[in-house]
Write a protein that binds this ligand. Structure first.
Ligand SMILES: Nc1nc2c(ncn2[C@@H]2O[C@H](COP(=O)(O)OP(=O)(O)O)[C@@H](O)[C@H]2O)c(=O)[nH]1
Ligand SMILES: [Mg+2]
Length: 210
């Protein structure tokens, strides 16, 4: 399936300018998500939505990916409206993964496992959630909380939808993943520091396993 990365937000809570371009261990935040999607077996084309709030993101992406990751200009004032516009203007068919640009810990294995869960769920759309208890455990302050059959869950910013019905309300499955890499999105300077620590730990264990 194709993927659309949402990268047109204002990033006010981080307060470091254009959030997708903020460097984390010498790599722009958005590149972590693009790299994971590119390595995933089940992702085809990747698009990035930018907006007047993220005027330099297109250049950063062109420089890093030689023009193979197209950007789509959106208004940047309405997440859902921009997502619908992007899916329609890219002419995407079939299921599409819509993912936020501020999830630097996401891996290609997680992306593929989410797609596998979608393939097995039997619904046209699927939203990934994490339990609020996990957010509390890792010190992540949730933006939004839903009560789902008595359990408090937090949207992870990863959704799979049927692109051909993108303007319609779609029957959905809630996929609950108790995984810190999915729960940790970078909204504040504290989140950025936390991601840096976890990435350094990951790099350390990668080295040891070599
Ligand atoms: N195109 C587009 N992207 C958005 C919009 N709002 C948020 N995003 C992106 O969606 C992701 C999640 O946004 P969030 O963390 O809530 O907002 P932020 O703190 O303002 O960046 C980020 O990658 C944002 O760049 C929007 O209205 N339009
Ligand atoms: Mg966020």
């Amino acid at each position: 399936m194709d993927a659309v990365i949402m990268a047109g937000g204002q990033g006010l809570r981080l307060g470091m300018g254009e959030k997708p371009c903020v460097e984390l261990l010498n790599k722009p935040l958005i590149c972590y998500v693009i790299d994971a999607l590119e390595k995933a077996d089940h992702i085809d084309k990747i698009y990035v939505t930018v907006s007047p709030s993220t005027p330099n993101t297109e250049d950063v992406i062109d420089r890093c990916y030689d023009g193979r990751v197209p950007t789509i200009n959106t208004a940047g004032d309405n997440y859902v409206g921009d997502m619908v516009y992007a899916v329609e203007s890219a002419g995407i068919k079939g299921p599409v993964m819509v993912i936020m640009s501020d999830l630097p810990l996401i891996t290609h294995e997680l992306i593929d496992s989410i797609i596998m869960a979608y393939d097995n769920c039997g619904k046209p759309s699927m939203s990934v959630f994490v339990p609020i208890s996990l957010c509390k455990e890792i010190g992540m302050r949730p933006d939004t909380v839903f009560n789902w059959e008595g359990e408090l869950i937090v949207p992870a910013g990863i959704n799979i939808l049927d692109a051909e019905d993108i303007n319609e309300e779609q029957d959905y499955h809630n996929y609950l993943l108790t995984v810190p890499e999915v729960a940790l999105n970078v909204n504040t300077a504290k989140d950025l520091k936390h991601c840096k620590e976890l990435l350094l730990k990951r790099q350390g264990s990668d080295h040891r396993s070599c």
